[in-house]
Design a protein around this ligand. Structure first.
Ligand SMILES: [Zn+2]
Length: 445
């Protein structure tokens, strides 16, 4: 703010600038009733983004100054709605466009209404399809973004990844209360030689029972976090999802494996939630898929990373881990509701055994990737990747290729090449499982 503005003497230049912002807005005449000081404080809305997903729907308002806001739920009268009041903001075209951007298929939002509630207070009324647990929070400027006001509309009961897995195998008749028992039945019926065996129903899960192995596939980035961006505009989050979905189909076709994707659309999933989803389905292996940029544009080749208990195996690995761990900052994690219990577990329970298994697993995958791409590093590298911290789950992060290398960017967009990468990772999983049977739990048909 200039000294002139602080003195209340804006001059005509400032007023005109504000008028231009308000052109087309219903509140245009407000300019006349406001002091120049108030006008100078108003925030400009830069972008509005909507990320609908079954996990939750996010609405992001990006703007150029910190905002004052408040919110409340209205449950007493229909329709069920979330009301958000934003101070010092005018009703502008991008905000009005939000109304039209809500699709009929949005899992949580029925429609949005926007109005100038009082002078300089914009009221957003989000009519809901079901009750939600709203999280409304601000994010300071970071990376490519200026200030963000984030509205996360989360279901009161979060989707259960184990239930989702069972639905995929059995169809929608699986009901909530039966899922543990059903899980045991599924394991038996899916075994090719299970015709005469006693059903596993009722057996505690920890005992060595025959079961499907669960592979958690984690497509890097998503939503507000595009990951690395190639010269031709390819976004890492799209490439990682495509490769992960190809790998998902390959794994689903294997009789003794089942697969969980930590995200199945274009939305942000915090790193600890990716790990938490894998733990909730008791994943046997965890593979995070990436295609990052490197410091030098001529860098090329695939690499595989595992967790390190202390220190990174190279400066480059440390750099890569910092970059990946920034995903939460760029993607916009709500620090206000960090789940202390989960966070603590994730920080403390990584073991030497988990890391050694991860190194062996990573090596098996690296040897397969070598058949479809040059290797960036011939050995599995190690650093403090937050997403690899599932206790007791061998976990690796695969940098399939460098999106920053124009040649590799082109190949990463190629369907056939994506399929080769997915196949190589599956072969690596197979190699590892052959060398390293997962305890007595594992029985092949
Ligand atoms: Zn990445």
């Amino acid at each position: 703010m200039s000294a002139a503005n602080r003195n209340g003497d804006s001059g005509t230049g400032d007023v005109n600038a504000v008028r231009r912002r308000l052109v087309g807005g219903a509140a245009g005449t407000l300019v006349l009733s406001l002091s120049p000081l108030q006008i100078a404080r108003g925030a400009n809305l830069l972008d509005v983004r909507l990320w609908p997903a079954a996990d939750y729907t996010r609405v992001t308002l990006e703007h150029d100054q910190p905002l004052k806001f408040s919110h409340f739920m209205v449950r007493e009268t229909a329709p069920l709605r979330l009301v958000v009041d934003i101070e010092d903001m005018e009703l502008t075209a991008p905000l009005k466009e939000l109304v039209g951007r809500v699709g009929a298929d949005d899992p949580y939002i029925a429609r949005v209404r926007i109005g100038q509630n009082k002078p300089r207070v914009v009221r957003l009324v989000i009519e809901l399809k079901e009750d939600i647990r709203p999280e409304v929070f601000a994010l300071a400027p970071v990376g490519p973004y200026q200030h963000r006001l984030v509205l996360d509309l989360k279901p009161v009961t979060p989707p259960d990844p184990l239930l989702a897995l069972l639905r995929e195998q059995m169809g929608p008749q699986v009901v909530e209360g039966e899922r543990r028992d059903e899980a045991a039945v599924v394991r038996d019926t899916r075994r090719p030689d299970s015709g005469q065996g006693a059903p596993a129903r009722g057996r505690p899960r920890q005992q060595p029972v025959d079961r499907l192995l669960t592979i958690a596939i984690d497509p890097g980035h998503g939503g507000e976090d595009p990951g690395a961006i190639g010269k031709r505009g390819t976004q890492e989050k799209d490439v990682t999802l495509n490769i992960a979905q190809r790998l998902q189909r390959l794994i689903a076709a294997e009789r003794d494996l089942r697969v969980l994707l930590t995200r199945d659309g274009d939305y942000f999933v915090p790193l600890r939630e990716r790990v938490d989803k894998a733990r909730r389905v008791q994943a046997d292996l965890f593979v995070s898929i990436h295609a990052d940029a490197w410091i030098r544009p001529d860098a090329r080749g695939s690499s595989v990373f595992a967790l390190s208990e202390r220190g990174a195996s190279s400066a480059a690995a440390a750099w890569m881990a910092r970059r990946e761990n920034d995903a939460d900052v760029i993607g916009g994690v709500n620090l206000g509701v960090r789940d202390a219990q989960v966070a603590q577990v994730l920080l403390d329970l990584s073991t030497t055994a988990q890391i050694n298994d991860s190194l062996r697993f990573g090596n098996a995958v690296l040897r397969e990737l070598e058949r479809v791409n040059a290797l960036h590093k011939p050995r599995v590298e190690q650093a403090g990747f937050a997403v690899l911290k599932a206790p007791d789950v061998p976990s690796i992060l695969v940098e399939t290729a460098f999106i920053s290398n124009p040649d590799e960017e082109r190949r990463l967009n190629d369907d056939g090449y994506q399929q080769k990468l997915a196949r190589a990772i599956l072969n690596g999983i197979r190699q590892y499982l052959a060398q390293q049977p997962i305890g007595a739990r594992r029985t092949l048909g």
